[in-house]
Structure formats: structure tokens, C-alpha cells
Design a protein around this ligand. Sequence first.
Ligand SMILES: NC(=O)C1=CN([C@@H]2O[C@H](COP(=O)(O)OP(=O)(O)OC[C@H]3O[C@@H](n4cnc5c(N)ncnc54)[C@H](OP(=O)(O)O)[C@@H]3O)[C@@H](O)[C@H]2O)C=CC1
Ligand SMILES: CC(C)(CO)C(=O)C(=O)O
Length: 310
Amino acid sequence: MNILIVGAGAIGCTFGSHLQHSGAKVSLVCRSNYQVVKESGIKLETVNWGNYTFIPDNVFKSTHEVTGKYDHVVVSTKAIPQVNLVELLKPVIAENTMIHLIQNGIGIENDLAAQYPNNPIVSCIAYIACHQKEPGYIVATSHVTYFTLGLFKLNDVDNEKLQKFIDHGRIGKLALNRDDCIQRSRWKKLIWNASFNPLSIVAGNKTSKEILDDEDLHSLVRTLMTEVVTTANHFFEEKIPLEAVDENISNTLKIGHYKPSMLLDWENGNPIEIDAILRNPILVAKEHGVDMPNLNVIYRLLKAKLKDQQ
Ligand SMILES: NC(=O)C1=CN([C@@H]2O[C@H](COP(=O)(O)OP(=O)(O)OC[C@H]3O[C@@H](n4cnc5c(N)ncnc54)[C@H](OP(=O)(O)O)[C@@H]3O)[C@@H](O)[C@H]2O)C=CC1
Ligand SMILES: CC(C)(CO)C(=O)C(=O)O
């Protein structure tokens, strides 16, 4: 199996390293870490799998320089408007390429699905807390690590191809789940991302523990989480239980002082995933006639912060 990862950051390299371990040929399209990865691969320091070095089969500087044919293209860039996936992927998508999107948020598949209506798109959600501490050096701090994959549009032929990919990934140490109602899973993941991510910035660069230790912020996190659950329950037949809020809180307590990825990007002056994580869910809810007043407030506050930063 030939796999190309576009977006060789924390998630892409962790995911890719496991697929290679299971026997696939895994190539990377790197950007700012190109030189170091080309010279010495990626060092990973992980709670679950120990420390190891991942040497990709090929390292490319851009999608235009990619050589070879790939059955699977895995996209693990941030979901931000600055990354135009349709343009970025043009040189590497062939007739039967399966495109996997490992990103947080809602509505992340739409542009690609419109541009490549005949290519299967796999929507993938990652539960793993990892970050690239320095170029080519990734740290994964969470004991809970799994990926949930599902087809954006269900059909039998693609089902089989996805199942082969999942079976392959499972040969190694990767925990891969399959979900045929992947949008519901996306909303489930949003419970955490739409609450901790924006609050960590708006509340003044706070870690998850600092948020939970503060009575007012703790209560606000719960309010945002509850709104995501009750909103999602308007769209999906299988309801998300409200206990998901407590579960998210107790799991977060286990990871101590965790900086949400949005806060890390904010601190580093990088673009943040405000559209995928806040704007799009609010718009989708609206299309279904549902208001998300609390998410709207935090979205506008975050937008105001972004304007201040510019
Ligand atoms: N990290 C985590 O624990 C989790 C992350 N996620 C989600 O997964 C997705 C990926 O996150 P993460 O891995 O942390 O992000 P990173 O910022 O670590 O990685 C993104 C990578 O994409 C690269 N990139 C961006 N634009 C381009 C481009 N035009 N061409 C080539 N490469 C490009 C970046 O390069 P450069 O460094 O040069 O910018 C970077 O290496 C996000 O949607 C995130 O929300 C979900 C769950 C957990
Ligand atoms: C909740 C977590 C840590 C993933 O498991 C995450 O998605 C993030 O940091 O954005």
C-alpha cells in the first residue's frame, strides 16, 4: 500500500509512522520541517508507544514535486482558509485515489467533495494529544489514542477499500475505529474542541486545567459542551447522551495542564481553526433552524481577539 501524507505535522507524522510500521510505504509532503525530516526523519516521544524515529519512504518539498502513485492521500494540515486543499492536492489526486482528511471541525470535506466528486473521501477524527515541539520532533502526551474513520459519502466499493486500509492500520499498534455516521462523530469531537479551544484563548492563554480549576470558566465549558450536544441531537437519529459532557471533563482532568492546539497556534502567531470549529457548526445549526447562542458569543469574542492581534 502506497500512502502519501500531506501536512507532515504532529498528526500526520504520528499516523504515518504507524501505517509504515504495519508495512505500507509512507511518503511525506513537508513544508517548514522539510530539511530536518529529509536529513534525519522524525523523532517521536510518545506516552503510548515509547520513543522512536520515523524515516519516511520519500520526503517531498511540495505536492508539485511528488513522484509515484498513491492509493491513499492523507491530509493532516490544519483546517484553515490559508490552506487551499483543492489547489494543494491537484497534483496528487488520480482517478481512484482515496482522500483521507484528519482534521478537527465541521464542513471540512465540502470543497474537496465538490472538486473531486468521484474520489472517495474519508473523514477522520483523531483522539490524541500531540504537537510538534520543534521541526521534526513530535511529542504525544495522551494515554487515550485512537482514530475514527468514516466515508463522507457511503457506497459499497469505497467501503471495501476503506476497510482494507483500516485492517492494514490495525496490523500495528494503531487503534482505528470505523463509523458510518461520521458527521455525528465529528459533532461528538466538537464537544471538546468548541469549548476548550476558544476558551483557552479568550480567557487569557489558559491551559485546560486552569480552565477547569476556575469555577466560572468550568461552568462556561459545560455550557458550551451542552450546547454542542443538544444541537447535534437535532440532526442525528442516534442521540449523543448528555453524559458525554462529564466524560469530556473527566478525561480532560486526566491530561493535566494541556494547551489546546488552538492556543498553541495563537501563541505562535499561526492562523487558528476558528471557521471549522466555531463558524461552520453555527452555520450548519442555523440551516437546521437551531441557534447556538453561547457558541456565537465565544465565536465573536474570539474574532474580536483576532482583529486585535492583526
Ligand atoms: N495535534 C493533536 O493532538 C490533534 C490535532 N487534531 C487536528 O488535526 C489536524 C492537524 O493538526 P496537527 O497535526 O496538530 O497540526 P500541525 O500544525 O502540527 O501540522 C500541520 C502540518 O501541515 C503543514 N502544512 C500546512 N500547510 C501546508 C501546505 N500548504 N503544504 C504542505 N504542508 C502544509 C504544516 O507545515 P508548517 O509547519 O510549515 O506550517 C504542518 O507541518 C488539525 O485539524 C487539528 O485540529 C485533532 C486531534 C488532535
Ligand atoms: C482533545 C484533543 C487533545 C484530542 O484528543 C484535541 O483535539 C486538541 O488538542 O485539539
